[in-house]
Write a protein that binds this ligand. Sequence first.
Ligand code: FPP
Length: 248
Amino acid sequence: MRIPRHLAIIMDGNGRWAEQRGLPRIIGHQRGVETVQTIVEESCCLGIEYLTLYAFSSENWGRPRDEVNALMDLLGRYLKNELETMCRQGIRLNVIGENTRLPGGVRRILEDTIEETASNRRMVLTLALSYGARDEILRAAINLAGQVRDGRIALEEIDESAFGRRLDTGNLPDPDLLIRTSGEMRISNFLLWQLAYTELVFTDTLWPEFGTDQLHAALEEYGGRQRRFGLTPAQVEKKVRNSGEGRH
Ligand code: FPP
């Protein structure tokens, strides 16, 4: 199986999973957390180096207050429960998004977990929280404009790499594979800059029912794709032969 170096996931369908069973939406989110635990552990075992999960979007603040509070509560509890596992498995926590909007208690747990997992080296788990890609791009643009105004960077020095470094994902490679669950075929303001050449896999499975089998199926689909980055198939095959990738 070809393993992506960076896997990103839009975890969708918790609410529908609960509603289909006549349960409150929050039960769907609770089951969603169990899926997070399974997928984090399996990704780590498979040798994925970067796993990025869309856990709460900028737009999710508009959901009913009870649901927002319940999600924040679940997040805090998840982080407290998982600290030991993260350290045992060598997982480093990272966060992207407009985190100043998060409740103080959750922010503190996040900061503690980031600090306590900082030396772990096996996999970087990035949670996108209060995250919106347009907001992220805008913040990077404002940052650059300020540096140009202050004479700290010349206009001519601004290229894709200089811009990319100012995004929240500045220290992460671009995702190789994006999975979105629940049958929706949208990007929904997630990693708009970083997904330029990412392979996309959509599955009808709702997030609470997404397990290791579904992850493996998505990886199989990814393995069958030829990533061309704008080149022709012949050019790509030549590149692969020259890099020796074909011999493995
Ligand atoms: C989408 O389902 C999911 C979310 C908005 C939040 C995802 C959150 C979790 C899986 C739990 C908390 C996360 C962590 C990392 C502990 P939806 O509610 O949009 O489902 P619907 O589209 O069926 O309504």
